[in-house]
Design a protein around this ligand. Structure first.
Ligand code: 4AD
Ligand code: MG
Length: 477
């Protein structure tokens, strides 16, 4: 039985066996208290060992230190101390594995940098236990949301020949001996000789393949690993991250925005309802951290309040052009405090996004109708010829959490755009054909899963919300 379940039992004369890792051991003359955690919950269960219990010898007891793995059997009794209702009166202890004093996760607050260095053991801390349980619950809620709404989970390829975002940030996949690849007569690498018969890479987005599904099954979503070889060492970027991409036939931009808002609110609400203990723990942790900050740097809302606010309030909707006007009138623009100057046509930087979300509107914002030059080739063009039916959802403390659009469904317009941006139409003939046969208006978006987990957990570095972060120069496992 897991500790989560044992903690809900009423104390009785029943015997239980608790298996888990020792968080702390405190000794008094007559009794020893061992706090055990098995990762099923943030809460530990306490095992109480009486020194006159001659079934548990002193040597066994001495070998139990922080980090050891044990199985404690005994009666579940009402707890004498405060904090929890029940505890285990130990009758038998089996030590599966000891841990000496070099075990790095000692019962004190470690810095996040330190824990990142000990990534193989950080799972054993309260903080990372909470984060990964919340991550699991969010993933479950995402699948549940779409299933309940009639979407089908479509598995799109990891190895692909298309650069969906056209940004050229791909990890190449080849079966060649990279030191000695076959060459064409003109000296270029001959991908025709490769296993896949052409140049391939790890997917940067499942969208283009997702569209094929949506134009037949009507409502699909993908949820899979995504790879971007962008060498950006920021707290918001990973080289390997997970993305959720719904794609819906017959949806226009407005429907797409409504879906994004409802979906994100649903999954956050799910976490509030199902991860209350873990969220309360993380909130307390954050509040403790904030005590060391000057008053003006502390957040205006505590974690739970912030999450409830996002669930209960409509996201602000405005166009890129309106956002530029707001930024041009803003104090930081007038005082030249933005690092990147504002003008119509720029790709908004995180300082601009954060100004809009955190200072101006003070709530999540959906920006639409961006200049077509700064967005991907597949977005539907607006009648003005300048903008496209794009939408980005911006979150406080995060910036862009979702990017999406209505898709260009007109064959000729799409073909022209494909050529304009320098894609060989031969390479995406299959995508273009969907606009030749039974084309339909359709829309979709991509939610960066780790950015969502960042927001919900209140963590500040994306490396701390994925079990095995892949960032430039980090691939220990
Ligand atoms: O805005 P992006 O690049 O959009 C797409 O890939 C579209 N094909 C999605 C679609 O319409 N189906 O990426 C979508 C989201 C971003 O808003 C961000 O949350 C996340 O993916 N993202 C990253 N997350 C972590 N690390 C990175 N390097 C990321 N790049 C994008
Ligand atoms: Mg984007």
């Amino acid at each position: 039985m897991q500790i989560k379940e044992i903690l809900t039992l009423t104390p009785a004369e029943q015997e239980v066996t608790v298996k888990g890792w020792v968080r702390t051991k405190r000794g008094q003359a007559a009794v020893t208290f061992i706090a055990i955690n098995d990762g099923s919950t943030i809460n530990n269960i306490q095992a109480v060992v009486d020194s006159d219990n001659n079934q548990i010898n002193e040597e066994t007891l001495r070998s139990i230190t922080t980090g050891a793995c044990v199985a404690v059997t005994g009666k579940l009794i009402a707890s004498q101390g405060s904090g929890q209702a029940v505890e285990v009166k130990a009758e038998k202890i089996e030590v599966y594995g000891t841990a000496d004093e070099t075990f790095p996760m000692q019962p004190k607050r470690h810095s996040m940098e330190f824990l990142r260095e000990k990534a193989h053991l950080r799972f054993r801390t309260n903080t990372f236990g909470a984060i990964f349980r919340i991550r699991h619950n969010l993933a479950f809620a995402i699948n549940k949301y779409f299933n309940d709404k009639g979407f089908f989970y479509l598995h799109t390829p990891i190895i692909t020949a298309s650069d969906a975002e056209g940004a050229g940030e791909m990890f190449h996949v080849t079966t060649f001996d990279i030191k000695n690849p076959p060459k064409t007569e003109t000296g270029e690498i001959d991908y025709k000789e490769d296993f896949f018969g052409r140049e391939t890479s790890l997917t940067v987005s499942g969208q283009l393949e997702g569209e094929l599904g949506a134009l037949a099954l009507s409502k699909i979503y993908t949820f899979g690993p995504t790879f971007r070889a962008e060498n950006s060492n920021t707290t918001r970027h990973l080289a390997e991250f997970w993305m959720i991409e719904p794609e819906v036939a017959f949806y226009e931009l407005e429907d797409n925005m409504a879906l994004a808002e409802d979906f994100v609110q649903y999954v956050i609400k799910y976490a509030l309802e199902n991860c209350a203990d873990d969220l309360a723990f993380l909130e307390k942790r954050l509040l403790d951290e904030e005590k060391n900050k000057p008053q003006n740097e502390r957040s205006e809302m505590a974690l739970l309040e912030k999450l409830r606010f996002v669930v209960d309030n409509q996201f602000e909707r405005l166009t890129y052009t309106e956002a530029i006007e707001i930024l041009l009138k803003s104090k930081p623009h007038k005082e030249k405090k933005f690092q990147y100057p504002v003008e119509w046509g720029i790709d908004l930087q995180s300082e601009h996004e954060r100004y809009l979300v955190e200072k101006h509107f003070k709530k999540p914002v959906i920006l639409t109708n961006y200049p077509r030059e700064i967005k991907a080739f597949y977005m539907k063009q607006d009648a003005d010829g300048k903008t496209v039916r794009a939408m980005d959802v911006l979150f406080p403390g995060i910036g862009e959490i979702i990017g999406g659009s209505q898709r260009e469904d007109d064959y000729e317009k799409l073909l022209t755009r494909v050529k304009e941006v320098g894609i060989d139409p031969e390479n995406i003939w299959w995508y273009l054909e969907t606009r030749k046969f039974g084309s339909a208006p359709h829309s979709g978006f991509g939610l960066g899963f780790e950015r969502l987990v960042l927001f919900v957990t209140g963590m500040t570095n994306i490396r701390d919300v994925i079990p095995f972060p892949r960032t430039p120069k980090s691939a220990e496992f």
